[in-house]
Design a protein around this ligand. Structure first.
Ligand code: HEC
Length: 69
């Protein structure tokens, strides 16, 4: 669901620009894929670690693009 969310964020009319927005959406896709692989491997530490990186991917975009965040 999170990788698909990253794809959906990249699509018009949601995408706010073709540069940082795309990179930040891709960061969500990339970290979500790592989480999926960790979950499939039942790698609890790996899932825990990447959870922080997913949160950063959300936060980085909100700080830049969410008005009055
Ligand atoms: C590529 C940019 C981007 C990424 C990545 C992103 N968001 Fe957002 N998100 C936004 C923007 C921009 C808004 C504010 C939209 C508005 O109200 O104008 C928002 C709003 C939200 C809202 C509020 C929605 C509402 O209706 O009030 C939630 C909840 C949210 N994001 C959760 C997340 C979570 C959880 C993640 C990571 C898993 C995430 N977002 C990743 C850009 C992003």
């Amino acid at each position: 669901m999170l990788t698909e969310a990253g794809n959906l964020l990249m699509m018009s009319p949601r995408a706010k620009d073709g540069d940082q927005w795309m990179k930040m959406s891709q960061a969500l896709i990339d970290t979500a894929e790592i989480a999926l692989r960790a979950a499939e491997a039942k790698n609890i530490d790996g899932l825990y670690d990447v959870g922080g990186r997913i949160d950063e991917a959300c936060e980085n975009c909100h700080k830049k693009y969410w008005p009055n965040y």
